[in-house]
Write a protein that binds this ligand. Structure first.
Ligand code: NAD
Length: 445
């Protein structure tokens, strides 16, 4: 099949490469000429395991094409996927300006029937908006070309995006048209080989499904974070509690790890957007409002602990914190809504210096934090510890899981660890002379 993907970020580029990998011909369109130039050189502008090889291979085999010209991509394609960003407005609502701009361009340039697909995460009713915009543009040109607008929300996770796309848990498609449904069945047959994995539904249900899924996952995180906070107060250990509750198959072990709160480009904005949608239609989103506010509090949990600890020693002004991890989670360079940024902002506002290391996100971090004189990005996991009064572990990269604790201790001014991901054994660190603070467990030392 011939496919056009508009927006080659985390979702667009992964979708394009994975569609091409199955033999489709895919035109990737992006407004950013630097992105397109990088891709044409066989490199990628984001970090995603396994993606660069796949992009390069399919580009060389002429199944993947890159352009800034939507018309070029549109002309040949049956499917046109919209995969541009849908950030948050100041009031929490979803900013649809990029989606609407693409819809306008599609209406301005299309010359043949198309299936237009919203793959970006968009509020319920957006497919109708996109349909109206395309129709208006066609009317201006005096054309009556058949097209459908379907919803096919994306559920991939950054860090596992390629395997999530190639072997999805499910593919959700929202359409009211039988012919569109048949085309999707053909397109996704190689990925969803069990028929149960392809779930067809109405367009509005598909749009809602994406928000419901992300809100459910965010709820699990805020739930366990709230449990962790209570565990700390009552002297229980959240790790043991997780094992105790997860063994009930109705609950399960997945996604109930306490930490520094959820971040990234999806959960924070999607929870806020659904709250906004619910309020607009007069529904009371009490549970997800609480999920959001628990998360906002949790993002400050580690910095609070650090501030409280140093309070007794005259405060954090002039003290230095080494930080392991800046990305919002492991295996990505994505810094959007990363808890590390909240922690850095709280601590530097109080006068603390931060020396931070991240194996991949350091490039983006340097860009984002360059105006903060109290932050230094260091390119080595152990050098970052030199002269530090404490270490904070913020992202759960594998290389932080089993470090050389002797070397860590020798590099720092004092052996103090604030662990936002519960990576270490408190008893082991306590017996090795560390002061150790984690999440939902008793501090040691
Ligand atoms: P992104 O910011 O990484 O990429 C968006 C791309 O769109 C950018 O390269 C930008 O230059 C391009 N773009 C913007 N306007 C354009 C236009 N008019 N024409 C062509 N290109 C244009 O975004 P992302 O993280 O891939 O997210 C895209 C959508 O997918 C969002 O709605 C997001 O919520 C959703 N989503 C993201 C993830 C994820 O893990 N990142 C997962 C599932 C769903």
């Amino acid at each position: 099949m011939n496919i056009c993907i508009v927006g080659t970020g985390y979702v667009g580029l992964v979708s394009a490469a994975c569609f091409a990998e199955m033999g489709n011909h895919v035109w990737c369109v992006d407004v950013n000429p630097d992105v397109v130039e990088t891709l044409k050189q066989g490199k990628i502008h984001i970090f995603e395991p396994g993606l660069e090889d796949m992009v390069k291979r399919n580009f060389e085999d002429e199944r993947l094409f890159f352009t800034t010209d939507l018309k070029e991509g549109l002309d040949k394609a049956k499917f046109v996927f919209i995969t541009v960003g849908t950030p948050c407005n100041a009031d929490g609502s979803c900013d649809l300006r990029y989606v609407e701009a693409v819809a306008r361009e599609i209406g301005q340039f299309m010359t043949e029937p198309k299936i237009v697909v919203d793959k970006s995460t968009v509020p319920v009713g957006t497919a109708d908006k996109v349909r109206t915009i395309i129709k208006q543009e066609l009317d201006k040109r005096g054309l009556d070309i058949e097209f459908d607008v379907a919803s096919n929300p994306e559920f991939l996770k950054e860090g596992d995006a390629v395997s999530d796309f190639m072997k999805p848990d499910r593919v959700v498609v929202g359409t009211e048209k039988e012919s569109t449904y048949k085309e999707f069945e053909t397109l996704y047959a190689p990925y969803a080989r069990s028929r149960d994995k392809l779930i067809f539904m109405g367009t509005r249900s598909a749009e809602m499904t994406k928000y419901a899924a992300n809100c459910m996952l965010a709820t699990k995180i805020s739930f366990i974070n709230e449990m962790a906070g209570i565990c700390e107060k009552v002297g229980a250990n959240v790790r043991e509690v997780r094992l105790g509750i997860g063994s009930d198959h109705r609950i399960g072990y997945y996604f109930i790890y306490p930490g520094v709160g959820y971040g990234g480009s999806c959960f924070p904005k999607d929870v806020k957007a659904l709250i906004n949608t619910a309020r607009e239609v007069g529904a009371k989103p009490e549970l997800i409002e609480a999920v959001d506010s628990v998360n906002n509090r949790q993002k400050k949990m580690l910095s609070r602990k650090i501030l409280d600890y140093f309070e007794a020693q005259g405060g954090v002004r002039g003290k230095t914190l080494a930080m392991w991890g800046l990305a919002f989670k492991a295996n990505t360079d994505d810094m959007r809504e990363s808890s590390a940024l909240s922690i850095i902002s709280e601590l530097t506002a109080a006068g603390m210096k931060i020396r931070a290391f991240d194996p991949v996100a350091h490039v983006k971090a340097e860009e984002i934090l360059r105006d903060n004189d109290l932050v230094e990005i260091v390119h080595s996991q152990y050098e970052v510890l030199e002269g530090a009064n404490a270490l904070a572990v913020v992202t759960d990269w594998n290389q932080f899981r089993n470090p050389d604790f002797e070397k860590v201790k020798a590099s720092m001014l004092a052996p103090i660890i604030f662990d936002g991901r519960n990576l270490y054994d408190p008893a082991y660190l306590g017996s090795n002379g560390y002061a150790y603070f984690s999440v939902g467990r008793r501090p040691v030392g």
